[in-house]
Design a protein around this ligand. Structure first.
Ligand SMILES: C[S@@+](CC[C@H](N)C(=O)[O-])C[C@H]1O[C@@H](n2cnc3c(N)ncnc32)[C@H](O)[C@@H]1O
Length: 390
């Protein structure tokens, strides 16, 4: 693949950007936009200490609580502050996507594409000691990394993680009312086989069940696989039947999730630092992973199905955020247009606070676009929906 003159990007990528109406100049501003960290709540008094360790000033991001910007060349991974779980490496645009959910105490939140987990950790920090978060991802190894992150930051108490296909995932949150409704049907005998405290050593019976499922269909996930749950996630004390019981679409209006995040798989073209990695991985890999038209068509279908299923699992009056780190119209505005045509109970919502955020309005009013030039962040598209009552 050739490289365009005076540009570090290959011609094929420039063509991809042009075909999608994107301005290639945003990819040349990487060195000038900062890195971001989010401070773990409770460590506010440690800012001076962290600055001394990182040898740089942490600048408050005025429009996003707990976020700080730092120079782009500062690496945090080897710092004590990061290793001891006082700070997170997360871009401010990603933080805005979570902030837009307006999570309230007691909310039951579903994160349908959760791994590696930066946004899930922010959700759990906001929830504190109420409500619950369910993290789902189709990639087991990525969700295992997410589990490591949740544990590192001591956020597992109200969290459960399930390897599952987000386009068909169906488990409802474990509310008290749902619990009593479900327990009515369970016999005392079944109650004996209940989930006990989570341990990294899975019981023999569980391992056998998972191995058998993989044997039957190695490429397909038949049933969500629970790879972690905390003490107050609602899992302990319920039976498999209770946990895996699903309800119909109408019932979901009452007992679905309060908030849903669909941070969908995408071409990542807006994530400039991700695109830059292809310089080392080889631009051919970029061609295969990002630019391939057939793959992009499959992706837009996947995004539509993730958004549709996330919305199905939302309760009436709840909020859903759809975000991608692609800046193409095909993966954002066109997906949500198709979704709105298909779902008469979905209403696009204005994002509270957006007018203080350094972003642009998307091609559809009420949607937002972050990009390095406008926002000094990585690229991100964000749209918010609510579910109207039946
Ligand atoms: C953009 S990343 C999510 C990043 C994550 N929200 C975070 O903040 O760290 C997209 C994720 O979607 C997952 N994914 C892809 N297809 C999926 C599917 N059908 N169901 C659930 N997750 C899927 C990928 O494995 C990947 O981890």
């Amino acid at each position: 693949m050739n490289t365009a003159p005076n540009s570090p990007l290959p011609d094929a990528f420039i063509k991809f950007l042009n075909d999608n109406g994107l301005d290639p100049s945003i990819y040349t501003s990487t060195d000038s936009f900062p890195r971001y960290i989010r401070l773990k709540p409770g460590h506010e008094a440690k800012i001076g200490e962290i600055e001394a360790e990182l040898q740089c000033k942490l600048n408050v991001v005025g429009w996003l609580p707990s976020f700080y910007s730092l120079p782009p060349d500062v690496q945090i991974a080897n710092s004590k502050a990061y290793q001891e779980g006082k700070v997170y490496g997360i871009d401010a645009a990603s933080g805005a996507a979570v902030q837009a959910l307006n999570i309230a105490p007691g909310d039951h939140v579903l994160d349908l594409c959760a791994a590696p987990g930066a946004k899930l950790c922010m959700i759990l920090d906001i929830l504190g000691d109420s409500g619950s978060a369910t993290g789902v991802d189709v990639a087991r190894h990525r969700l295992a990394a997410c589990r490591t992150m949740v544990q590192k930051y001591a956020l597992g108490d109200r969290c459960r993680l399930l390897v599952a296909d987000g386009t068909s995932f169906s488990l409802i949150p474990f509310r008290d009312s749902a619990a009593s409704k479900l327990s009515n049907g369970s016999t005392l005998e079944k109650k004996i086989d209940v989930f006990k405290e989570w341990t990294s050593k899975r019981p023999w019976k569980e391992r056998k069940r998972a191995a058998k499922a993989r044997e039957v269909s190695p490429l397909q996930i038949l049933e969500p696989e629970l790879i972690f749950y905390g003490k107050h996630s609602g899992v302990i004390g319920c039976t498999r039947d209770e946990l895996y019981q699903t309800v119909n679409d109408e019932e979901l209006y009452a007992c679905g999730y309060d908030k849903v995040l669909v941070d969908a798989e995408c071409t990542h073209d807006g994530s400039i630092r991700h695109v830059q990695k292809f310089e080392n991985w080889g631009w051919q890999t970029l061609q295969r992973r990002v630019l391939d038209a057939e793959r992009t068509d499959d992706l837009t279908n996947l995004q539509f199905r993730l958004l549709s299923n996330g919305f199905r699992l939302l309760k009436a009056g709840g909020s859903l955020i759809y975000s991608t780190c692609s800046l193409t119209v095909a993966q954002n505005e066109e997906v949500i247009e198709r979704f709105l045509l298909d779902n008469s109970s979905a209403e696009l919502q204005e994002i509270v606070d957006f007018n203080t955020w350094p972003c642009k309005i998307g091609r559809i009013p009420k949607t937002l676009r972050f990009d390095p030039v406008t926002s000094q962040t990585s690229g991100l598209f964000v749209a918010k929906f609510t579910k109207l009552p039946l």
